[in-house]
Ligand binder design. Structure first.
Ligand code: ACO
Length: 429
């Protein structure tokens, strides 16, 4: 295999090193392209740009592979434990039992919010979008933990990670309680991660919510399947913001904002809205598929397609299985699941979707699971954020541990006006 590539510009030939990743993926190293040739690379939406090297997650888009720190996602299916996966992503290996105990204890110790933070919730209208509240409140955490704004040691990273990972579920639950005018339920230190979240969401001061084993298993798996996905839009945002040496809270708050968009984390909400519209009889599944193929309609089959996966998304397959199992065990018949399967069936046999390699993505079935658990649709993307947080922290940590880290600053090709004079307002047409 050649270790460099030749690029000829205006008759002069330059040599560009070829770098190779662990899984054989190859890239041209263009870091010296501009200094040597005077040219930059134009790649809108970064479809061909590796923004960094990373050792956290690998995706084999053509083979449907997703591994966290080398471990295939499927390995977590039998005994899903989100806390363990969070530690794995951030620190690079599965925690031994004392590391696990310490991290779990830290999560337990820091589940509660400063009482003053509750006043901030009161300032939001009940109808406020939950992702807006979440982003604001994660940023607000930086005001309450000034000792964690600069992180140097591994212990300080763990302390900050534990606070964020623990408190995001309290923030999420309080966001829900606030929007429904319900009293806040304090975390219960006797409960593990997901049970405690469900307790804060659904218990009442006079009636305790007891989650079932099946629900806890499904929720753990949903969070794990969302935990990292290499340089996606929100993770790249976290890295971009973090590259200015912004603190972890500020960087993750920016990640929440990026995740909010309907082409990213917000797609799980759009999937349910699409399924509900079909269920209410606005369109049949076949009519909807036809509309989604017509570009002038502005409609896409939500939960389908992915920038990287061009064969299948392993997360979607695992979620479809757990969705079936959970609904079966709980005795729930959700007509939206029937519609989703019908849409999938039509799309996977339709030339438009097949030729463009469009398959169900992680958002296609996750919403049906969350609905069955009782999570309202407008909270789905918040659940995605809880799951994705360990990935954001891992990437922020990896980037900040690199002694060669520089501020991220892409270039552009300017296509605006040529140099123009200032015209006095009286002379403007
Ligand atoms: N429905 C109908 N057509 C689609 C869809 C879809 N869901 N997705 C892509 N296409 C078509 C495009 O119109 C385009 O057609 P063309 O080649 O004839 O112009 C072709 O497939 C390629 O699509 P792009 O938009 O270029 O693909 P890109 O990689 O930029 O976008 C994305 C990927 C955003 C996920 C896209 O497939 C999409 O919008 N899907 C629906 C939204 C969604 O589910 N988002 C969640 C993604 S997963 C995540 O973020 C957690």
């Amino acid at each position: 295999m050649p270790s460099d590539a030749k690029l000829t510009i205006d008759g002069k030939t330059y040599s560009l090193p070829i770098v190779e990743g662990t899984e054989g993926e190859r890239a041209l190293d263009i870091t010296s392209l501009r200094s040597e040739t005077g040219l930059t690379a134009l790649d809108p939406a970064y479809g061909n740009t590796a923004s960094c090297t990373s050792g956290i997650t690998v995706i084999g888009g053509d083979r449907g592979i997703l591994r966290y720190r080398g471990i295939p996602l499927e390995e977590f299916a039998d005994k899903p434990n989100f806390v363990e996966v969070a530690w794995l992503l951030i620190f690079g290996k599965l925690p031994n039992s004392s590391e696990y105990q310490q991290f779990s204890q830290r999560l337990t110790n820091h589940a509660n919010l400063d009482e003053d933070m509750k006043h901030h919730f009161m300032g939001f209208p009940r109808s406020a979008p939950p992702m807006a509240i979440l982003s604001a409140m994660i940023s607000t955490l930086s005001c309450f933990h000034p000792q964690l704004l600069e992180l140097h040691t591994s212990d300080e990273i763990e302390a900050a990670a534990a606070r964020l990972i623990s408190k995001i579920r309290t923030l999420a639950a309080y966001t829900y309680r606030h929007s429904h005018g319900l009293p806040y339920i304090y975390p219960d230190p006797s409960l593990p991660y997901t049970s405690n979240f469900l307790h804060m969401m659904f218990s009442e001061p006079y009636k305790r919510y007891e989650s079932s084993e099946e629900v806890r298993r499904a929720l753990n798996l949903v969070l794990i399947l969302h935990a990292d996905h290499e340089q996606n839009c929100s993770t790249s945002t976290v890295r971009m913001v973090g590259s200015s040496r912004a603190n972890l809270f500020a960087s993750c708050a920016a990640g929440v904002s990026a995740l909010w968009g309907p082409l990213h984390g917000g797609a799980n909400v759009k999937v349910i809205e699409m399924l509900e519209a079909i269920h209410q009889g606005n369109q049949s599944a076949d009519e909807f598929i036809n509309l989604s193929k017509d570009k002038s309609s502005g409609i896409r089959l939500m939960g389908f397609g992915h920038r990287i996966y061009k064969n299948f998304d392993p997360r979607a397959m695992m979620l479809r299985k757990v969705c079936d199992e959970m609904l079966d065990t709980l005795g729930i018949h959700d007509p939206l699941l029937d519609i989703a399967k019908r849409l999938e069936d039509i799309a996977l046999n339709d030339e438009y979707f097949v030729s463009r390699k469009l398959y169900p993505n992680v958002d296609f079935y996750s919403g049906i699971i969350l609905r069955a658990i009782g999570i309202p649709t407008n909270m789905f993307t918040v659940l995605f954020a809880i799951g994705r947080l360990p990935g954001w922290i891992a990437h922020w940590h990896e980037q900040n541990s690199d002694p060669n880290m520089r501020i991220s600053r892409p270039r552009q090709i300017y296509t605006g006006n040529p140099k123009s004079p200032y015209i006095d307002v009286r002379d403007r047409t």
